[in-house]
Design a protein around this ligand. Structure first.
Ligand SMILES: *[C@@H]1O[C@H](CO)[C@@H](O)[C@H](O)[C@H]1NC(C)=O
Ligand SMILES: *[C@@H]1O[C@H](CO)[C@@H](O)[C@H](O)[C@H]1NC(C)=O
Ligand SMILES: *[C@@H]1O[C@H](CO)[C@@H](O)[C@H](O)[C@H]1NC(C)=O
Ligand SMILES: *[C@@H]1O[C@H](CO)[C@@H](O)[C@H](O)[C@H]1NC(C)=O
Ligand SMILES: *[C@@H]1O[C@H](CO)[C@@H](O)[C@H](O)[C@H]1NC(C)=O
Ligand SMILES: *[C@@H]1O[C@H](CO)[C@@H](O)[C@H](O)[C@H]1NC(C)=O
Ligand SMILES: *[C@@H]1O[C@H](CO)[C@@H](O)[C@H](O)[C@H]1NC(C)=O
Ligand SMILES: *[C@@H]1O[C@H](CO)[C@@H](O)[C@H](O)[C@H]1NC(C)=O
Ligand SMILES: *[C@@H]1O[C@H](CO)[C@@H](O)[C@H](O)[C@H]1NC(C)=O
Length: 341
């Protein structure tokens, strides 16, 4: 026979199963500096969104919630990070949006940065979008100006397709997913092969990749902080789980294209494209003729802008994959110009 407290517990669990959102919570008490394998010092206090997901796992999404510093405009900006970045990479952009009156939400996705690194998780863009929507729901935020960079842009596209009523504007900053790499010939790579590559990552390999892909073969010491932030996780206390999660999210972006759905996007969209970017998932393990075909952002920006109803395209002819880091002033003037027009 079950005792009464067991019945109460059972009833609560049943409630959580039928309406999981009721059992989600925000934790903002003591948050350790070394959190889920990242000891990077974040520019604002870190909070944790705890929720139940996939086979009753309790996971935590770390996020920052920045209050407006200028006169509030009653809008919220949600900024989603790229695969090699974390919430803090949006630091400068968040400061400018807060000055313009926005509340700014900066999440770290599950598997990344200061968020949980699950041993077992079915990674999909839909799942990450759903998790992010759960965070907005518990914070009571109904609609957002959504700004996504790199993988965060691909995620922001998926998020807007799933929740068109909750995204007032969409800004894609050198998003990945502007083409379907597998359809263009990139072979599928087993996760353990990707994992083996991930395990070899260090400061030198990360910097070399970012220099040639993100920064048009230049280097500025201001880029180092982001290499160190990432390298720290690769060699931190959760390195084994993190590197496997990275292999899983590589597989996620390769196998789950968004490019076919740009024509059905309903959201007002701005594409911000550094034309010198040459990012393409799987390029490193593709044959030369496939490598030559993919990652041409000077072509992709225009191509995708033409697919999105009423979109605006802003190109930066001389910049690479991360215009907001490479030329923050130019980037922010363009972003704020469009948001306030
Ligand atoms: C984080 O860890 C790295 C590598 O162990 C160390 O060099 C660095 O000082 C640590 N940073 C902080 C803020 O604890
Ligand atoms: C989730 O937890 C509930 C309550 O403990 C349990 O009844 C249920 O079987 C679990 N579901 C799965 C898929 O393990
Ligand atoms: C924001 O909301 C407050 C309270 O509802 C209102 O007084 C203020 O005028 C609004 N500001 C803008 C810019 O809409
Ligand atoms: C965030 O920006 C502020 C102001 O420019 C700077 O002092 C701080 O070092 C930055 N932090 C990170 C993590 O970039
Ligand atoms: C992430 O960190 C939090 C806070 O320390 C901890 O409660 C949680 O168990 C960690 N998550 C995982 C999956 O290790
Ligand atoms: C999303 O927008 C719709 C339409 O405005 C609204 O009914 C819904 O509550 C919003 N979702 C959240 C989580 O706020
Ligand atoms: C990183 O690894 C490469 C080989 O994979 C090695 O040549 C290089 O010295 C390493 N760099 C550091 C900083 O450990
Ligand atoms: C490095 O970046 C900063 C900030 O964008 C800029 O002020 C500086 O001129 C750059 N340095 C070089 C050598 O390009
Ligand atoms: C394109 O957008 C306009 C205005 O936002 C709208 O009236 C029109 O129906 C849209 N066209 C399609 C094909 O969705």
């Amino acid at each position: 026979m079950m005792k009464s407290f067991q019945w109460i517990l059972f009833a609560f669990e049943l409630l959580c199963l039928t309406s999981p959102i009721l059992c989600d919570s925000i934790k903002e008490h003591y948050i350790p500096e070394d959190l889920n394998g990242s000891n990077f010092t974040y520019p604002w206090p870190v909070k944790l969104y705890e929720f139940s997901t996939q086979h009753n796992q309790t996971l935590e999404m770390a996020f920052m919630d920045v209050a407006p510093t200028g006169t509030p405009n009653n809008k919220t900006a949600l900024l989603t990070h790229g695969k090699n970045f974390c919430g803090p990479t949006w630091n400068a952009t968040a400061i400018i949006l807060a000055q313009a009156g926005y509340r700014v939400i900066l999440p770290d996705q599950i598997g990344f940065c200061k968020s949980s690194k699950p041993d077992s998780y079915q990674f999909s863009l839909q799942q990450l979008a759903h998790n992010t929507m759960g965070l907005l729901t518990i914070l009571g935020i109904e609609s957002v100006t959504l700004v996504g960079h790199s993988m965060g842009g691909m995620l922001a596209t998926r998020f807007s397709l799933m929740y068109p009523a909750n995204v007032t504007e969409l800004v894609l900053v050198n998003p990945i997913g502007l083409e379907d790499w597998k359809a263009l010939g990139v072979p599928w790579q087993p996760l353990d092969t990707s994992w083996a590559t991930e395990l070899k990552s260090n400061y030198t390999t990360i910097r070399a990749y970012e220099q040639s892909t993100y920064y048009v073969n230049t280097w500025n010491t201001t880029y180092d902080v982001w290499v160190n932030m990432l390298n720290n996780i690769y060699h931190g206390s959760e390195a084994k789980k993190f590197t496997y999660n990275q292999a899983q999210t590589t597989d996620m972006v390769l196998t789950q294209p968004v490019v076919y759905e740009f024509p059905i996007l309903k959201t007002k969209t701005l594409l911000m494209i550094g034309d010198q970017d040459n990012t393409a998932i799987g390029k490193a393990w593709s044959p030369p003729d496939v490598q030559a075909k993919i990652g041409h952002y000077n072509v992709l920006g225009k191509q995708v802008a033409a697919m999105i109803n009423g979109s605006t395209l802003i190109e930066f002819p001389d910049l690479g994959h991360a215009p907001q880091i490479q030329e923050p002033d130019t980037f922010h003037a363009a972003l704020m110009g469009w948001l306030t027009e």
